[in-house]
Design a protein. Sequence first.
Length: 319
Amino acid sequence: MIQMLFSVIFVGESERMINTKVFAWFICVLFIESGIPLVDSATPIFMNSTVSDFSPMNPNENWTEIQKILPSDNGEDFGFSISIDNDTALVGAVFGNHNMSSRHQGAVYVLIREGYTWMIQAKLFDPDGAPGDMFGCDVSLDGDTALIGAYDADDRRGTAYVFTRSNTTWSLQGQLFVPEREPWDHYGISVELKGDTAFIGAPGDNEWNGSVYVFTWCGSFWALQQQLTAPDSDTYTYFGSSLSLDGDTILISAEESVYVFFYTGSIWMWQGKIPSQDSNPLTHFGSSVSLNNDTALIGAYQYGLPEEITNVSDYDYIR
């Protein structure tokens, strides 16, 4: 029997803080272009920007702002989603565009770091995309591979894209979707990528019960490996709204709860459920999740009364 101690922390915010937080969601978005590079050479980005890089100058010092990042083109909602791996980062801009006819289609910017300076390497987008696709709503980067969600594409069915980098050139490797998608499935609203495995959330699937689809890279193509669902799901569970993967464990958020799945070596299996500890059913517990080793951080952005600025609670779980 496997046992693991989970320290789960969730942070709530007052209603006075919600508008500010929503505004922050519309700051950063990254898109990857298919087929051809959009930037011929790495270009320094402007310093009067909206995405900040904070790094400690040495382990014994505080974090210091190194750079603010802003694209020189129309990167609307730049910063909506972010993912970083070593010296490469993805930044989503769900209302960005690559030409005037594709306004609000969405784009993802690839940033590379040289020393303490971040520069744009490429701008990624779906060449067949349409306005309102929300391309770049979520991004995940692993090495030279990027997974990008577009949850309102294809009549709100949603889809996801895989881009790969060869030297400095990014190209579209494939589009990951399932044929049984329906409008409002919001497939691709959450994505996670690690190695040869990709996770794609569809919280509107099956009358808003939600699903998470697992794909594996088979050497020349991506194949659907498994469909994950909440074992105790009911209508309007919204399973798959947010994902966080670390090693052989993945957190999957749903309405007022977070599910834990682990990899057995051949399939992903449900291990446990982390419910909200608050009696209020509208805290949005699980609105965001992050997993690192044996610690899970879970957001509940409507926890607390309006006069309460912040509430923090710690919970330990044994698995």
